[in-house]
Design a protein around this ligand. Structure first.
Ligand code: EPZ
Length: 429
């Protein structure tokens, strides 16, 4: 199993191109199931999760053609990929595939809308919490679907097609908003989704669906209205920049010091997280085509954050921010409100010398003047990358095990960091 070896202590200086967002790419790829025409996605990141979803879509009959493999555009590797679901050959998403990646459960929306049936394995629990699917089931029932759970599968049927309806989410869910949005595009009549997720990835999906002929208004607000159409066509769409990758590298620079231009990204995607970074003493300026992040000397100041749905502080940056706060000059509090078990990085950061105590959903971080390298490992993607950025700022050598987590969501991580002066290498085997 691959590992990443880091020798910490160097500031980061240079340019980091930001890739297309994993969490936009996945629902956009799934949207290709809604039409028999070709959906072309530009700026698709080359990630293990994207490849896994390609396998899942292939199982349903989607033809996938990669154009201009890994060509350079604006200094970044971007891929353009055609997805064509001419014929859906299978409406079942089996356990063996769904259990590997939770987002693959989302195929339930387009399959049900286009084919009138879907049988999708329950995704099961995962490292960051129980993550049930009750909101998906409840929401789709409000569109007229008949749904049973049988032998670990969600069996959904709408033989005469879905019918528009009103659904008020009792809790904000990104994935269930994606699914309701996709399903409602082909339902008869109007659907109104209230308390919808407002994440930029939801807006990106809605924009792509609109380009495919869907009638959607209000994406990016908590009320989305969809007027169903009889069929959708193909489209060409560019995946939006990855705000979590952007925030992660910004936190890395805040931690190590230096001056880095994060290219092909935008401040608007993560205002709250950048606000927290500015409060910590990091200089952040918007520039044409990107964001410049600087910290040259000066203490890291302690800042309290609480994760919340967008536009709040993202749960997907909580672990990275904790790494930063572990070196702050003072005490900070980090509260996680989205997932009940998203503090697995705490004990690993402690191996580097971080001082964090947990009480319920709040971590109290007492900053220390130095972290020291150590072997570490983590059980999810964002926790793993928090250990990488802590390692960059630590004295000596850090080895991060279980690198496959990082490959799920960070494109060319070692290369991007090495280009800015970090000492990072992958050790195979
Ligand atoms: C998306 O997951 C992201 N994944 C997650 O990123 C991200 O952490 C999360 O949104 C929150 O921002 C992708 O986009 C692929 P939710 P999702 O449904 O959609 C509860 C990463 O590292 N809930 O918004 O699965 C759920 O348990 C990943 O890239 C129900 O109770 O998250 C959680 O507590 C990790 N019932 C809360 O809602 C349901 O039916 C929010 O989850 C659905 C969700």
């Amino acid at each position: 199993m691959d590992r990443i070896r880091i020798v910490g202590g160097n500031p980061l200086n240079g340019v980091i191109p930001i890739s297309g967002a994993k969490n936009a790419a996945l629902p956009l790829m799934i949207a290709s199931l809604l039409t028999d025409d070709t959906l072309t996605l530009e700026n698709l990141p080359h990630l293990a999760d994207v490849e896994q979803l390609q396998r899942i879509l292939g199982n349903h009959g989607v033809d996938i053609a990669v154009v201009g493999r890994r060509e350079r555009q604006d200094g970044a590797y971007a891929r353009t990929v055609h997805f064509t679901a001419r014929t859906i050959v299978d409406t079942t998403a089996p356990y063996e595939l769904v259990s590997k990646m939770r987002a693959s459960f989302w195929v339930i929306g387009p399959l049900l809308a286009r084919m009138g049936e879907a049988r999708v394995s329950l995704p099961g629990g995962c490292a960051i919490g129980t993550r049930p699917v009750d909101l998906f089931i409840d929401g789709l029932r409000h569109l007229g679907a008949e749904i049973d759970i049988d032998n670990g599968y969600v069996d959904a049927r709408a033989p005469k097609g879905l019918i528009g309806g009103r659904y008020v989410f009792p809790k904000v869910s990104v994935g269930a908003t994606h699914v309701m949005l996709m399903a409602a595009t082909l339902a008869r009549g109007q659907t109104v989704i209230e308390n919808a997720a407002r994440e930029p990835e939801v807006v990106d999906l809605a924009n792509c669906l609109i380009a495919m002929g869907a009638k959607i208004s209000g994406a990016g607000t908590s009320i989305i209205t969809i007027d169903g159409v009889a069929a959708l066509s193909g489209a060409r769409h560019r995946v939006l920049p990855d705000r979590i990758e952007t925030g992660t590298y910004a936190m890395a620079v805040a931690m190590t010091g230096g001056d880095v231009l994060l290219q092909n990204t935008s401040e608007k995607l993560l205002e709250n997280a950048l606000l927290a970074l500015r409060r910590s003493g990091t200089e952040i300026t918007a520039e044409a085509g990107g964001i410049r992040v600087r910290r040259n000397g000066g203490d890291i100041l302690p800042v309290d954050v609480t994760t919340d749905p967008f536009p709040g502080f993202p749960t997907d940056l909580q672990a990275q921010f904790m790494a930063l706060m572990s070196r702050a000059n003072g005490i900070s509090h980090i509260t996680e409100t989205i997932f009940e078990n998203r503090f697995m990085h705490v004990q690993e950061l402690a191996r580097l010398g971080a001082q964090v105590s947990l009480s319920g959903q709040t971590a109290t971080v007492t900053g220390v003047p130095v972290l020291r390298g150590a072997p570490v490992m983590a059980t999810d993607l964002r926790a793993s990358v928090s250990l990488v950025i802590a390692g960059l700022a630590a004295e000596g050598e850090t080895v991060v095990n279980r690198v496959y987590h990082l490959d799920r969501g960070f494109e060319r991580l070692e290369e991007k960091l090495t280009n800015c002066g970090a000492v990072v290498e992958r050790i195979s085997g």
